[in-house]
Structures are given as C-alpha cells and as structure tokens.
Design a protein around this ligand. Structure first.
Ligand SMILES: [Zn+2]
Length: 556
C-alpha cells in the first residue's frame, strides 16, 4: 500500500544519544586513519549525489523468536543529476535479496556495507522513480545500547518480548537498507511492522492502521508526515499499555501519547508529567514543537533513551536525574527526568535542525544540553540554570575539538555536551540581552525548519543575528580544545589584563564584578589596562563565562 507522496522539500533529522559519550568511557576522539568503508559511509559519494530522497516505505516483519527481520524498503527518489549507479547501504550480517524496478530485478555489486545498483532504464533529470529493496537477516545485537547500535531483544516481567532499536552513529543500515547519510532525508515515510499478537509496534508519526492477519499477527502502519533522519526511525515492540493527554501549545492542540510496560503504568503516569512541563519551557525558548502533525510520543524501551523523532524512547528507570544522578551536583539535576527533558529537547535540535555530517553533532548535543538549563531557567529562574551549567563543568574534559572529522562518519569530543552548553551560555552573556537571545533561538528553529545544516551555517546565522563577530570565538571553542585564560595583575593602581591560551585573533568582552558593581572590559591578546576599577580590590569574573582566570605577579 503505497501512500500519496508529500512534497516537502527539506530533510532533517533527529537525536539523542546523549550523555553517552561522557559517561560511557568510550574513547571518542582518537585521531585515526580512515578506510574506504568510512568514506563510503560518511561522504556524499557520486552514487548518492545524483538522486534526492522523496519517500520511504519500510515494510517488515519482526520475528522475536528468531531475532530476525525480513521485508523490504521501497525508496522513492527524484533524479537531480545524470546518474545510473545508486549506492544503498545495509550492514552485515543483514543481506539484500534483490533490487527491483519496473518489475525487473537489477544487477548490483557489493563493497562491504555498500551496495551499488545499476539501473536499466534512463534516469531522466527531474523524474520520480521508485526502487524496491528486498532484504532479511538477524541484525547485530547492540553490544551497549544506545551507544553501540543494533537491536535489543529483552523481555518484560511476564516473559513477553521487549524489543527496540538504537543506531545513532553506527547507522540505520544496521537493520534496514537506506541512503545512510544524514544530508538527505525523505519528505515523509511509512513504517509498516508486522509482529505476533499481542505485541504492538510503535514507530514515528501517527498510527494509521492496524492490519489484523489470520495467522495471529498484526501489522502496525505508522505514517510520518515530516522529513525524518535515518537514525531517528523507531522500532519499539512490546505488550504496551497506552495512555495520552492533549497539550494546548503555540500551534494549537498537540497529542502526547505514552507507551509503557503494563507493570510500569502507575509510575509512568507520575514521571511523564515532565512532558507538558518541557513543552511549556521549550516552546517558550525555541518556538512551537516542530512536529505537531506527527504528535509527540514517549515510549518505554530496554535501554536508556534516544531522540527518535516524534517517538522519543525512554529507559531512565522512572527516576529523576540521569539514572538517579545529577551531573551538576547542585541538586538542580534532580528536579527533572534527564532523559525525558534531554531527548525531547532534541526535537528542536537534532530532529528539526539536523546535522548534515556527524562531525557537526555539536549542533544536536550542545544546544540540547543547553536546553536542560533553559528548562530550569523557565521553571525555577535564571540562577537555577546558571548553577546547573556551572556545576556540570566538572565533567568537561577538554580532550579534543568538539567538531569531528568530516566525510568519514566521525564525531568530535564528548565535550559537545556540557562544554558545548557552556559555550552557548557564554555567548548568551556576551549578547547580554535575554529577550534577544530567546528571539535568536526561536528564529533559528524557523529559519532552519526541517533542514539539514552545517556548522558554518549555524555560525553565520548566530553572528548575523547577534551582530557580533563570532568567528574567532567559534574557532577557539569548537575547533580547539583550549579554554581561554583571563590573566590579570595590579600595578600602579591599574588593572592589567589579557587573553592567554587562545588562537591568534581571539577576542571576547568580559563582565567583571567588583564590590557589587559590574564592569565590561575588552581583553585582547596583548596587555591592556584600565582605571575603571577600584585599585587592588578583589575582582570576580562573571562565573557564567566558560573561561579560566589567573592572577599573576605584576610584570615590571
Ligand atoms: Zn543528546
């Protein structure tokens, strides 16, 4: 059952992986050499570039006993350049049975996880075609979900299957054949999953139909009416119980649907009260929830959680904090459920505004981690958000640049979480106008609505909207691991100061507190002095700036 195509032109994506890298102890940014497979996975190859994704119909049966999947993905695409060979990705041990177009089976070559299909008919620029890909196999079992991708096959307390996917970074091609690169997204997608009764499958978008078969199985058809990134496609299978509520938001009524194990229903009804709370805070700061048409769902899974678009998954144990912990050690982190707030924050930064290349994953994680402090700011006041971010600096490592290597599916340092959040918080101080800052965050979600983006686009946008020259600021904080040091000393009743440990052209004004008064100064790389401040009276750099401060001996 092919559904009518929608023509929204942008693609976009997803996410959450979150904290993950910080706490899992994975080495995440060791410089390495890259293979041809890395380039095939991580770059826009000529065999990807000539066609634009329009629509996917993923139509599969999941067999819990065999831990296997079989079915097809039908790929609708538009020809945007001359081309004849198409790259489709599917990772071993999954296998493609065949590629079909116009009723004919097509020839293909396989190179690792990349399949190259050769078309027989002319692919005229501007034409719309579809290709059916039949496949099957037992996908990799996730060794450590959600950080290392694959399927998770667990059981609930009654011994019924409890199954889920997580595949950010490793790629959706772990379990279904697709164009496994983030730059391109289908405008819409139908996800049809057949499971044995009484299990149900919850995917993204809205449940269009439950098709009952006479073999004791049912197919759940979920339609996503917005662009969606590969890694955001969700598969959650269990004997779920469902409850829901309506939220009156900026764009009108929004359905909030919850799917949890029966044994956890009462706990979920309490814990999930964070959902309307986050909607209020995030719509205030970022603008309307970006997927009203697809609703919002929170789905219990047997791993920590992931920002699957409009189908956020949850496994934080129905307790506040991150598995009960507060990264900031200020207490503020225990006032909300970390996974609910963080993963849902990704609806704006990951699912609405999506990186084109995982090297730019900070666009997802820095803004989303920062959103945690804005949640606190909205509900408990600006000081709560400030304290939270300052407290969480304890887990910043400064072990490498936040931006990763391009074209090889390589993310940057795990500092993209809390250091990234502190960088944005520092920028907010520099802008020094919270309503303007909020306007920028809201406009950003409008300008890049349902798009895939690069770091440069985000930097340019922030510089234009703030009216500040931010190039050196971003170069320093995103492209090196060095934290600027504000050095100062007193001499002849004057304060002498400069920046240290920075790139050559670094410049950022700084707010100084002294005896309950506030002063702005403009440190540069060379020594400057001011007589604005009272001589030899202790100063404090505004702690909201993420920098180091060092008082040194007076230079003769
Ligand atoms: Zn995240």
């Amino acid at each position: 059952m092919k559904k009518p195509l929608r023509t929204i032109t942008y693609g976009l994506g997803l996410l959450f992986l979150t904290m993950l890298f910080i706490t899992s102890g994975m080495a995440q940014h060791t410089k390495q050499t890259y293979s041809r497979q890395d380039s095939l996975r991580g770059s826009i190859t000529p065999e990807r570039e000539w066609w634009d994704l329009v629509y996917y119909h993923l139509d599969i049966e999941v067999k819990p006993k065999q831990k296997s999947i079989e079915g097809s993905n039908t790929i609708y695409y538009k020809v945007v350049k001359p081309g004849k060979v198409m790259q489709i990705d599917l990772q071993q041990p999954m296998k493609i049975q065949g590629f079909f177009q116009n009723g004919k089976e097509l020839d293909f070559k396989k190179e690792g996880n990349a399949y190259f299909v050769t078309f027989e008919t002319h692919q005229e620029v501007g034409d719309l075609h579809f290709l059916e890909v039949a496949y099957s196999g037992s996908p990799r079992i996730s060794p450590n979900p959600p950080w290392e991708g694959g399927l998770t096959w667990e059981e609930d307390k009654k011994g019924k299957p409890f199954i889920a996917n997580s595949n950010q970074g490793d790629g959706a091609s772990l379990w279904w054949p697709c164009k496994d690169h983030m730059y391109d997204e289908p405008d819409s997608m139908l996800i049809s999953v057949k499971v044995p009764d009484p299990l149900m499958n919850v995917s993204n978008g809205r449940l269009r139909e439950i098709e009952k078969h006479n073999d004791g199985k049912s197919t759940y058809h979920w339609f996503v009416s917005n662009p969606i990134a590969n890694y955001g496609v969700n598969l959650s299978i269990a004997d779920y119980v469902h409850f829901s509520e309506m939220y009156q938001g900026e764009k009108g009524p929004l359905s909030l649907d919850y799917y949890v194990l029966k044994e956890n229903l009462e706990k979920a009804k309490v814990q999930f009260r964070d959902v309307p709370r986050l909607m209020r805070a995030f719509e205030h700061w970022f603008g309307p929830y970006p997927f009203y048409e697809d609703g919002f769902k929170l789905i219990e899974v047997p791993y920590l959680g992931m920002e699957h678009q409009s189908a956020v998954t949850y496994g934080n144990g129905y307790s506040n904090g991150y598995k009960g912990k507060d990264f900031s050690e200020t207490g503020w982190g225990l006032t909300f459920d970390y996974i609910i707030i963080h993963e849902a924050g990704h609806e704006w930064f990951a699912n609405n505004i999506t990186y084109k290349d995982i090297a730019d994953m900070w666009i997802h994680e820095s803004f989303t981690t920062y959103s945690e402090s804005l949640f606190l700011d909205y509900h408990y006041g600006v000081l709560a958000g400030n304290e939270y971010l300052q407290g969480a600096r304890r887990i910043i490592r400064n072990d490498g640049p936040i931006i990763g290597d391009y074209g090889v599916n390589q993310r940057g340092s795990g500092d993209m979480y809390f250091k990234g959040a502190n960088i944005l918080h520092t920028l907010r101080q520099w802008i020094d106008n919270d309503e303007k800052w909020r306007g920028i965050l809201r406009k950003m979600n409008k300008v890049f609505y349902h798009q895939t983006v690069t770091t440069v686009e985000i930097e340019t946008f922030l510089a234009e909207e703030s009216g500040l020259d931010l190039q050196a600021f971003f170069d320093q904080y995103l492209r090196t691991e060095k934290v600027p040091i504000f050095q100062y000393y007193w001499k002849d009743n004057k304060l002498y100061y400069r920046w240290e440990n920075t790139i050559a052209n670094f410049a950022m004004p700084l707010k100084i507190n002294q005896s309950e008064k506030t002063y702005w100064i403009d440190p540069e790389l060379g020594w400057k002095s001011t007589e604005k401040l009272a001589a030899n009276v202790a100063i404090e750099v505004d702690p909201n700036f993420y920098i180091y401060t060092q008082q040194i001996q007076a230079i003769k």
